[in-house]
Structures are given as C-alpha cells and as structure tokens.
Design a protein around this ligand. Sequence first.
Ligand SMILES: NC(=O)c1ccc[n+]([C@@H]2O[C@H](COP(=O)([O-])OP(=O)(O)OC[C@H]3O[C@@H](n4cnc5c(N)ncnc54)[C@H](OP(=O)(O)O)[C@@H]3O)[C@@H](O)[C@H]2O)c1
Length: 332
Amino acid sequence: MRAWLMDGYEGVEKLRLGEVPEPQPGPEQVLLRVKFAALNPADAFLARKMYPANPSLPHILGRDGVGDVIAVGSGVESIRVGVTVGILRCEVGVEQWGTLAEKVVVPAKSVTRIPTGWSDEEMAGAPLVFLTAWQALTQWLNPPAPPSAGSVLLVTGASGGVGVASVLLGKSMNLTVVALSRSAEKRAKLKQLGADFVFDPMENKLLEAVMAALGPRKVDLVVDSVGGALLPQVVTVLGYGGRISVVGRSGGMVPKFNTATLFFRRNRIGGVSVGDFTAQEAHAAWEQIVGRLDALGQRPQVDTIVPFEEVKMGFERLGHGPMGKVLVRVAD
Ligand SMILES: NC(=O)c1ccc[n+]([C@@H]2O[C@H](COP(=O)([O-])OP(=O)(O)OC[C@H]3O[C@@H](n4cnc5c(N)ncnc54)[C@H](OP(=O)(O)O)[C@@H]3O)[C@@H](O)[C@H]2O)c1
C-alpha cells in the first residue's frame, strides 16, 4: 500500500511517500481502507521527537481518520466488513502505524460509527480535538463534569482544532465564551459559531478589553492551547478559584511567570492529556460530544482538504493556524 513514511526524526518536511506491505488485523482489530485522515500538531511534534512516543521506524503518522472496514480479526463481533467508521483516540499514529496510509489497522474497541447526519469529512478530524476539549472542560470536578451553567470560559487559540471544539462544547454547556484569535476573519467566524466575545490576543489592552466586556464577572475557566507569553496574561483575568486547563503550547515556552498571581485567588493550573482516556471513557465522552453538537445544531469545522500526495502542504497549512481541521483525502 502507499503511505507517508517517517524514516527518522527530522520533521514532517522529510516524510516520504512510499510503499509498504499492507497490515493485517490481529485479534480484536479491524482493517480500514482510509477515506480521510486528519492532521494534528502532535504529528509534527512526534516527527521532531518532541512527543512521548517511540514507534519503530519507518513509522506512519496520523491519529484521526475515517475509513471503510475491509477485514476484521478474530474475536471482533461488534463491527462488520463494509461499514464506515471513525477512529477514537488510541495508539494509531503514535506507537502504531497511523492514518496517512491507504490502509490502517485499528483496535475494534476504538472505532465508532459516523453520527447520523454527519459527513465523513466532519467526522474525520473531530475525535482527537473534541475529546481533548471535553477533558479540558470537565476535568476540574470529580467525577468529571461540565462547569456550572453561566460560568465564563476563555479559549486561547480558539480557531484551532481544540479551540473550536472548546467554543462549541462551552456553548453546549451554557457557558459565556470569550474566544481569542489573531485573525479578524477567524474572530468573525468564531462569533458565528457562538462565541460571546472575541479578541485579538496580540492587542495591547487585551486584559482591559476582556474585563470591560465581562463587567463584574471574571473568567472561571481557561482552555489554553497557546501558552507562551499569553499564559501569564490570562492568569490575571481569572476570578477566585479560576482554573486553567493547559492543552498545548502553540505559542512556545512561557517566558516568565510569578506564582504569586495564583495564591490570593486560589487559582489552579492543570494539564490535559487526551491519551489518558481509556477506550471506554473515550466512547462515553464521544457520546456526550455528539449529543451536545446535535442539540446545538453545530458540526466540527473543516478548514482545508488536501490530496493524499500533498500531505506536506497540509502540514504547512496547519502550521499557519487553520480555522478548524486540516484533512487529507486518501481515497474517495
Ligand atoms: N494535551 C493534549 O492531550 C492535546 C491534545 C490535542 C492537542 N494538543 C495541543 O494543543 C495545541 C493546539 O492543538 P490544535 O489541534 O488546536 O492546533 P491548531 O489547530 O494548529 O490550532 C492552534 C491555534 O493556536 C493559535 N496559535 C498558533 N500559534 C500561535 C502563537 N504563536 N501565538 C498565539 N496563537 C497561536 C492559532 O490561532 P490563531 O491563528 O487564530 O491565533 C491556531 O489556530 C497544540 O500544541 C497541540 O499539540 C494537546
């Protein structure tokens, strides 16, 4: 089969389109003919050895996707050949060969049918980012649960995969959503998706503008996928007991940070790791996500679809900040 092969850790620029033997499904696994794969920053991090994974080489990246089941391994009873499924977060594209290939083997417990009314494209890029956003929004209660209605949610990198998912899920939880994006065009789109307030994170008086918009209210929860110089700034708009779910670091290292900003208001910062979901937890969260999107009348956002031969162009687009997901059309 044709696949984008990673021979070393020199970055996605060095991926090569080559031929490898078709994988075979083992017990409790299914073989998919990939229709669409989706790109994630984690692919680019893994390709530079900046991700906690150690796959054997050549490796095939690609954690998300949609495909037709063309074979099932022993013990698989819940899925039959011929159905189209999406992949919920698992080791595909991490320690095992991923979806930037014509075929991929996936654990049967990690596939799910396309939700009614969704296109293959909408499904293909949704699971990883929506599950991440779900964890970021619900992780502060035990057992995990949405914040109380009316809470204020601030989302950095709101136009990205995790950002859009956080905005949509935040609205499904009746939160007041403040969304940050550096692009005026994307801010307008975020408003259309339901964000109550949108701001440019590069604006000089960002904090004053956020506080003026919120009036007496303060931010209860931040979903932060940017980090960098923005993180210390968003700490200052947190209210008493406000929390930050740290998802990513698109903006690089945090330059300086005074921990004193945390203790007077008992603020808490906590990491998010979508890899912590078991298959069962991922299915339970996914069911909530689909139900909430359907109730809102919203769908996952697709930014761009590139042909299979143009995967590197897709990664370039991802690097420049998409509005939603970048997909790869592997086969129709
Ligand atoms: N912890 C986990 O389990 C987990 C899971 C999934 C993803 N992640 C991480 O979360 C981060 C976001 O993932 P994603 O899929 O949403 O990525 P994405 O689709 O590339 O979106 C990231 C967004 O952040 C903004 N951004 C990028 N560089 C920036 C910078 N230098 N300064 C300010 N804003 C910047 C851009 O928005 P604008 O251009 O509109 O400003 C961009 O659309 C990545 O670091 C990813 O690795 C972590």
